[in-house]
Design a protein around this ligand. Structure first.
Ligand code: C5P
Length: 218
C-alpha cells in the first residue's frame, strides 16, 4: 500500500542531459541517463504527489498521470521550469544541464574539408536550480544534486547556500557504481540545518525513496 505521504504536493523534477546544438548534425551534451530523476519522479507519484517532469532527450516511461514536458536545450528546460515553479510545492532538479552552449555554426552542416583543427566558442547557459532557488517561497522546498570529482562535502555546502536549497545530494562521478549511466549511486546528503548523512552504494530506486523520507522529516 502506498504511504500517500506526499499527497497535496506538486513536485517538479528535471532529468537527463540537455543538448546544445552547434550545426545541423552536431551538439554538445553529456552521458546522463536520467535514471535518478525517473526514480525520484516515480517515488513521488507512488506516494501521492502530483508530478511534473521536465525531461531532456531520454525516454523513460511514466504513467499518464505524470505530466511530462520534453525539452532539448538548457534554455528550453529553463523556460519550462520557470513557467511551472510558482504552482509547485517542491522541486528536485537532477538534470545534467550543460553549463555552456556552443555558439552555433549555422543552420547547415559544417564542412570539415581542408581543416586539421577546430575551435568553437561557447556562451553560458542559465543556472535553472539557482534561479528557482532565488524565486523560492517559504512554502516551497528545493532539492539539488551535485556531481563531483573532489571536495564533495565543501562543494555541496557551497551549492546548498549559493542556490538557496533545502537539501543537496552530492555524489562522486569518478568511483565505480556511482553517477552517470549507473543503476546505483553513493551519495552524501546535506540539509539546510547542517545535518549530514552518507549513504552506502544503493540502487537509485532506493535513494529516491530515501530522499523523500528525508525531505518529509524536514
Ligand atoms: O553547479 P552544479 O552544476 O554542480 O549544480 C548541480 C545542480 O544544479 C543539479 O541539481 C543540476 O540539475 C542543477 N543545474 C541546473 N542548471 C544548470 C546547472 C545545474 O539546474 N545550468
Amino acid at each position: 500500500v502506498s504511504p500517500d505521504d506526499m499527497s497535496g504536493r506538486h513536485v517538479l523534477i528535471t532529468l537527463g542531459p540537455t543538448r546544445e546544438k552547434w550545426d545541423a548534425v552536431r551538439f554538445w551534451s553529456n552521458p546522463s541517463s536520467g535514471l535518478m530523476g525517473a526514480c525520484i519522479a516515480m517515488a513521488a507519484w507512488l506516494r501521492g504527489a502530483e508530478v511534473t517532469v521536465v525531461s531532456g532527450p531520454v525516454n523513460w516511461w511514466f504513467p499518464d498521470e505524470i505530466n511530462v514536458i520534453k525539452v532539448g536545450t538548457a534554455k528550453e528546460m529553463f523556460d519550462a521550469c520557470t513557467d511551472v515553479w510558482s504552482q509547485c510545492t517542491t522541486g528536485c532538479l537532477t538534470a545534467a544541464v550543460a553549463d555552456f552552449k556552443p555558439i552555433p555554426h549555422g543552420e547547415g552542416k559544417f564542412k570539415k574539408a581542408g581543416r586539421d583543427s577546430l575551435s568553437v566558442d561557447f556562451d553560458t547557459n542559465p543556472d535553472i536550480l539557482k534561479t528557482l532557488g532565488s524565486m523560492k517561497r517559504d512554502d516551497q522546498q528545493l532539492i539539488g544534486f551535485a556531481a563531483e570529482t573532489s571536495n564533495i562535502q565543501e562543494s555541496a555546502k557551497g551549492k546548498l547556500e549559493s542556490k538557496n536549497l533545502d537539501l543537496i545530494i552530492a555524489n562522486p562521478i569518478n568511483v565505480p557504481g556511482a553517477g552517470f549511466e549507473s543503476s546505483t549511486n553513493s551519495v552524501y546528503v546535506l540539509d539546510r540545518a547542517g545535518r549530514t548523512e552518507e549513504w552506502p552504494n544503493l540502487p537509485k530506486t532506493e535513494i529516491a525513496w530515501r530522499i523523500w523520507d528525508l525531505l518529509l522529516q524536514n
